[in-house]
Write a protein that binds this ligand. Structure first.
Ligand code: DDH
Length: 287
C-alpha cells in the first residue's frame, strides 16, 4: 500500500446501533402521526421494498431502494410510503454512510422492536441502485383477492404457507387509509403494539361486509371499528392457512419466534451477502 491509500469508513455494530437509536428517538418525538407512531408505516416501507422479490429472475428485493424513483414510487401499492421515506431523510443526512436500502430495512427492524415486538436480527450489506432496477408494477399483493392470489404472490418470493401466515401478523400494526389504498381502518385495538391480536381477532370476531361507498372490506360486527381486507379473510377461508392462524392465536411466543425468522428472510431476499457479513441484534432504546 502507498502513502495515499484512502481511508474507508467501515461501520461497526456501534455505528448501526447509533442509527437505530436515532430512528427510535424520532419515533418517540413524532407521536403526532396516525395512531401516535410512524412505526407501522416504516414497517410497511421495509416490506414493500423487500416484497418485490422474484426468486426466478433474482430481481427486486430490498437491495437497491428503487422505490426512491418513479415508476416504482408511483405504483398504487406504494401510495403513502412517501411519509416513511421522508421520515428517514434526516437520519440519512446524519449518517450519510448508510445506504438507503440498509436504512429502510433498519427502519423496519427498529420499529418492530420499539413497538414491543421480538428482536429482529439485522445484517447490513445492501447497496443502492438506480432507476433501471425499478421493478414492474403488480408484484405486491392485491388486497381485494383471495387465497390463490396470496399464494401466487408469496410463492414467487419463496415463502411457504406457514411463513405467509406468520408475515401477515404484521397487520396487528397500523391501519388502512382511504387516501392510500381506498380501504379504511385498523385491524386491531392497539395498532402501535405488535401482538398476535390479528389472529385472535380473525378467529374470535364475527366479520361482516361493511356497507359503504368504498372498496369491499369487512368490519367486526360488535364494534364496527376494526377491519379485515378480503386478502386477510383468505387466512381463515383456506383450511391450510387457518391451521397456522389457530397456532399463532393460541401462542404469542410462537408467533414472535416465527415472525422474527420470517421477516429476516423477507428483508434479506436478493441481498448479495458474503461470508464476511455480520449479524447484529440491537438494544432497544429503553434497554
Ligand atoms: Fe399490509 N396492507 N398487506 N402487510 N401492511 C396495508 C397496510 C399495512 C396487504 C395490504 C395492505 C403485509 C401483507 C399484506 C403492513 C404490513 C404488512 C394496507 C393499507 C393494505 C391495503 C395501506 C394504506 O391504506 O395506507 C395485503 C393484501 C397483504 C397480503 O398478505 C396479501 C405484510 C406481509 C406485511 C409485513 O410487514 C410483513 C403494515 C405495517 C401496514 C400499516 C401501514 C400504516 O400506514 O399504518
Amino acid at each position: 500500500g502507498g502513502a495515499f491509500e484512502p481511508k474507508v469508513f467501515k461501520p461497526e455494530f456501534k455505528d448501526y446501533q447509533a442509527v437505530y437509536n436515532e430512528i427510535a428517538k424520532l419515533l418517540q418525538e413524532h407521536d403526532e402521526y396516525d395512531d401516535g407512531s410512524y412505526g407501522p408505516v416504516l414497517v410497511r416501507l421495509a416490506w414493500h421494498a423487500s416484497g418485490t422479490y422474484d426468486k426466478e429472475s433474482g430481481t427486486g428485493g430490498s437491495n437497491g431502494a428503487t422505490m426512491r424513483f418513479a415508476p416504482e414510487s408511483q405504483h398504487g401499492a406504494n401510495a403513502g410510503l412517501i411519509n416513511a421515506r421522508n421520515f428517514l431523510e434526516p437520519v440519512k443526512a446524519k449518517f450519510p454512510w448508510i445506504s438507503y436500502s440498509d436504512l429502510w430495512i433498519l427502519g423496519g427492524v427498529c420499529s418492530i422492536q420499539e413497538m414491543m415486538g421480538p428482536k429482529i436480527p439485522y445484517r447490513p450489506g445492501r447497496a443502492d441502485r438506480d432507476m433501471s432496477s425499478c421493478t414492474p408494477d403488480g408484484r405486491l399483493p392485491d388486497a381485494s383477492q383471495g387465497p390463490r392470489h396470496v399464494r401466487d404472490i408469496f410463492y414467487r418470493m419463496g415463502f411457504n404457507d406457514q411463513e405467509i401466515v406468520a408475515l401477515a401478523g404484521a397487520h396487528a400494526l397500523g391501519r388502512c387509509h382511504t387516501q392510500n389504498s381506498g380501504f379504511e381502518g385498523p385491524w386491531t385495538f392497539s395498532p402501535t403494539v405488535l401482538t398476535n391480536d390479528y389472529y385472535k381477532l380473525l378467529l374470535g370476531s364475527k366479520w361482516q361486509w361493511r356497507k359503504w361507498d368504498g372498496p369491499k372490506q369487512y368490519e367486526d360486527k360488535e364494534t364496527k371499528t376494526l377491519m379485515m381486507l378480503p386478502a386477510d379473510m383468505a387466512f381463515i377461508e383456506d383450511k391450510e392457512f387457518k391451521k397456522t392462524v389457530e397456532k399463532y392465536a393460541a401462542d404469542n411466543d410462537l408467533f414472535f419466534k416465527d415472525f422474527s425468522a420470517v421477516i429476516v428472510k423477507l428483508f434479506e431476499l436478493g441481498v448479495p451477502y458474503t461470508d464476511k457479513s455480520e449479524t447484529f441484534v440491537f438494544k432497544n432504546l429503553d434497554e
